[in-house]
Write a new protein. Structure first.
Length: 129
């Protein structure tokens, strides 16, 4: 076996080892109950905004704290605390994906992704045929 082949095998082995040791740090999609059970792990939670509960955002007091209530896809509700500004169009969003971890009684989000309502309406529904 040539030296280049041995070096390539060593590099591949090190890369595989690195991936396996870091794999527990990658976040996965889950629900709030899974996040509650594993407080030190990061998860992506998909859900919708609970519009009947208050949102707390006071940019004059602290522009980097935004709190709201979210219901995941299994119907479990949790308070979400985001250390950042309230995203534009947040109140009109259809779905929310928050990434972060559970700590005590709240989900602490490091990022918020939103699926905004569609700007386009299916016009074929209104056509009489």
């Amino acid at each position: 076996m040539k030296k280049i082949h041995i070096i390539a095998l060593i590099i591949i082995a090190v890369a595989i080892g690195f991936i396996f040791t870091k794999s527990n740090e990658y976040s996965t999609y889950a629900d709030f109950s899974t996040a509650m059970e594993n407080e030190n792990s990061e998860y992506h939670i998909v859900g919708r905004l609970n519009k009947s509960k208050p949102q707390i955002y006071d940019p004059i007091k602290d522009a980097n704290i935004f709190e709201f209530y979210m219901v995941d896809e299994k119907g479990i509700e949790s308070k979400v605390i985001y250390k950042g500004t309230k995203p534009d169009g947040f109140d009109q969003t259809e779905k929310i994906v928050v990434a972060g971890n559970y700590d005590k009684n709240h989900f602490h989000a490091s990022t918020i992704l939103m699926k905004c309502p569609s700007k386009y309406v299916d016009e074929t529904k209104d056509v009489k045929g």
